[in-house]
Design a protein around this ligand. Sequence first.
Ligand code: DGJ
Length: 729
Amino acid sequence: MSIRYNENTKQLILETASTCYQMKIDNMGYLNHLYYGPKLGQNDMSYMFRTYDHGFSGNPYDMRNNRDFSLDSMSQEYTSFGVGDFRVNSIAASCSDGSRCAEFRYEGHEVTDGKYSIPGLPSVYDEGGQAQTLIVTLLDTAANIRIKLYYGVFEELDIITRCAEIINAGSEIVWLRKASSVCLELPFGKWDMIHFHGRHCMERQPERVPLFHGIHTIVSGRGMSSHQHNPFVILCDREATEENGPCYGMMLMYSGNHKTEIELDQFDSTRVVMGINDDRFRWELSPNTGFNTPEVILSCANGLTELSHRYHRAIRNNVVRGQYKLSHRPVLINNWEATYFDLNEDKIVSLAKKAADIGVELFVLDDGWFKNRVDDNAGLGDWIPDTNKLPNGLDGLIEKINALGLKFGLWVEPEMVNEDSDLYRAHPDWAMTAPNRAPMMARNQLVLDLSRKDVHEYIFNTLSDLLSKYNITYIKWDFNRPLADVYSHAAPSPRQGEVTHRYYLSLYKLYDRLTKAFPHVLFEGCAGGGGRFDAGMLQYSPQIWCSDNTDPISRLTIQYGTSFGYPVSSIGAHVSATPNHQTGRLTPLNTRGTVAMMGAFGYELDLTKLSEDELSEMKQQIERFKELEPMIHNGLYYRLSSMQESGHYFAWQFVSPDRSRSLLSIVVTNPLANSAPVHVRLKGLDSQTVYSVNGEFECLGSSLMNSGYTFPQLTGDYPAMQLDIVKVK
Ligand code: DGJ
């Protein structure tokens, strides 16, 4: 049993393999948070319930004679609003009488086997008997708002999922203005926050900062989870390292606007509230209807590595769906950086021939294949092959690609439209534009209003037609601009605050329908690279193009940051040309291959311009990747260097689940003259096993982990090296 209720102490206790989560219903009916952390020998954490004089904080009316009792200092599972908890709140609403307050008290709870699901939203799923669900119901009787708090407890995965359902239990409309997924309290401790910020071509850069008193906000209002702030935050002890120290992860499984507020309050208590961004959000809750928030995946672990491993395992096994989730992902070639829009059948077939010769398995035809798409100013919306570029049509091209032994994949950007397109000319009101206002343009395109049913159906039918008509086994689903001028011409004015979330409900439904109708198709998510790299998208697309920056040296930090929350199998990574198209940097092919092997591996360059030596090196890379892929994608991943400590190299390691095999990779980003060679301590090996190290010598796992390995001097431009560690006995 992962979930228990102690009737005497009114405690609810959730347990995973190594963590414990406790809450308590107090005498007043408030649902207090007691503890989340390592599993405990004894279970009564009631002493964590704090009541002491908080002077200026105020007391609930029925506790007016007990001035110790204040919502403003209590640890709560989900907050009330407008009634004296002046910290960041979980929820905000206004009632038909204009009041904007509610105070929630316990109404009941139930425990069920299995994992709850959330209507219309992606969530971590139970593979059968892995999870239990707790639902705690809270009620405010004046505003008539009921809240159901959902907890999914995955014992073996060591994660707890949470979300909330907010229900209008009255007879008048309630306007929901904020509806967070969770409130997590860390009443004691000094914490660092690690978050993942960035920009286009430089996503998920980790930043670690000590919390100061006040509110830290990690937010996206761009209508996408964004390049700028990933919906994943870690709070860790000031002293925490990869190996040790309390670390808490909170990952929002959502691809739209999000917000995480972390408040260190006047009493040195930390509260984290995470969910949909409330900016410009307003949801009409008519009587007897509910609003479901997206899910947050919580985990807590000793050290950052263990925390990452838990997220990797949960996402790989219980978020990603479909036949590709744990199986081989085809090594692909994408023509984007080889041709950009200047493609034609001859060029594509020549590229495909070279790719087939070196062992590539899938050809991906990127942007530019459809009518009027000579550059990025026209054509989006009209998904009809351009017969100037492809005189034999898409089927003629696919036949030739298939005849080379390659599968065929296609790029689409279905959520967008250009003004210069037949679709826009026929349905200008399908684009998101605000009345009487010229819209913001980005890449000269507009966003289709997916909150509309007709738009949803149009996109579903268009993609279904393409997938039914042609032999396509892979789709790269791109999304190249943020949402602005958010307005639906199909929604009444009081409901415009719902449009962005309805957009995402419709997008998830679209993905759900398509992945069910075409289960053999591998979807790769993309949003100008990694602008929508989140657990919500990963439910439908097992891999996501990690960044439009294909420079291996830039990729080192992008992939390093991404690895804190997301598994290697989700990271789309390609070997591209040198000099690199984004940075102009020259790097050796070995380095480019080494870095791209930390991901769903592929190529994106003009192979017809390469020498036989380069092609033969690539052939070896592909053979090597295919052999190591089960370990790289489904094994354990270790960061051996940190951005803070090792300024001149990056090292990382893959270990097979049975610890019989490992691959250690290093890239030296700044070779130092006359310096000590790089030395690393390996991780995750079996200490008593004898391993062969690159076939050069044998030694015990304990030696490699305690004493470590010293690399030879690696000099020149960005040298890389891979070390094979194979069990001997
Ligand atoms: C942005 C993507 O991230 C690129 O890989 C490429 O597909 C272009 N869009 C095409 O327009």
